[in-house]
Design a binder for this molecule. Structure first.
Ligand code: 7PJ
Length: 272
């Protein structure tokens, strides 16, 4: 496979999101049928996604875990259909799902638990040559939004990611294959998410490419004035992505690929 992650996915690169689930927070249900997931992924690739991220388990606030078998049932038919057709990422914390996805051609493992979920996952990643995304989360999806607390959200997220990066490297995963993600919305209030976005430079300073998932997140809907929002609109997602780009983010995990490619192309054309 190819070299360092930063060469494979130059800044800015767009990662399309396909949740093969009945209940994900922003596209829940639309890609649950394999044929729909395949069609969405093909459209995203055509619209300029550098990679498409497939997930079989919802991690939205309040969601329940699913079994390995169910997660495999959801993603395997989709990956079988798309193998070799486009760059593929697997959004999973389960070693068995990652192993199968890698066999089917996935080149990135997106683990929202940052190798804290399944003790076998580090070995699966280390023994292949895939890329890895390590994400920050406080708590677990079922309860993470109950009462997230930090002394200093940016400093704590940075030190967590630094520690998980060292853990991954110790487990034999080359540092140059790893990217870091502050995990917007994963155990963070609206204020904490915006503080983290403003200080994204502190995560970028860790020296690895930073992936951000801001697309349609509920904090965007809430900052616009709806205290009960469970998603945010495209307009707000684009603004957040450009702000993240400005602070050094490299990879953008998004639902609306064409619009993000366009917005980020414009942002990247501004000399600085
Ligand atoms: C994220 C994710 C994120 C990474 C989800 C959704 C909600 N993986 N998986 N970063 N969010 N790396 O589908 O947007 O922010 S689940």
């Amino acid at each position: 496979m190819s070299g360092p992650l930063e060469e494979r996915f130059p800044r800015p690169s767009v990662m399309g999101v396909v949740n093969v689930t009945p209940d994900s927070f922003s596209d829940g249900g639309v890609n649950f049928r394999p044929a729909d997931a395949v069609a969405s992924a093909r459209r995203m690739a055509e619209e300029g996604a550098a990679i498409v991220d497939f997930g079989g388990e919802s991690t939205r606030p309040g969601s329940e875990a699913v079994s390995v078998d169910e997660e495999l049932r959801r993603v395997v038919p989709v990956l079988e259909e798309l193998a070799g057709e486009m760059p593929v990422s697997i959004d999973t914390a389960k070693s068995e799902v990652a192993r199968r996805a890698i066999e089917l051609g996935a080149e990135l493992v997106n683990d929202v638990t940052a190798l804290r979920g399944d003790p076998g996952l580090a070995e699966v990643v280390a023994s292949s040559d895939v890329y890895l995304c390590l994400m920050h989360m406080q708590g677990e999806p079922r309860t993470m939004q109950d009462e997230p607390t930090y002394e200093d959200v940016a400093a704590e997220v940075a030190s967590f990611l630094e520690e998980r990066l060292a853990f991954a490297v110790d487990a034999g995963i080359p540092e140059d294959r790893i990217c870091l993600d502050p995990g917007f919305g994963f155990g963070k209030t609206v204020d904490q998410n915006f503080e983290l976005l403003g200080r994204l430079g502190e995560i970028v300073a860790l020296g690895r490419p930073v992936l951000v998932g801001l697309s349609r997140k509920r904090s965007l809907g809430r900052i616009l004035g709806d205290p009960d929002a469970t998603t945010g609109p495209l307009s707000a997602s684009l603004a957040a992505a450009v702000e993240a780009y400005e602070r050094g983010a490299a990879i953008f995990r998004v639902h609306d690929v064409r619009e993000h490619v366009e917005a980020l192309t414009v942002a990247a054309a501004v000399p600085r």
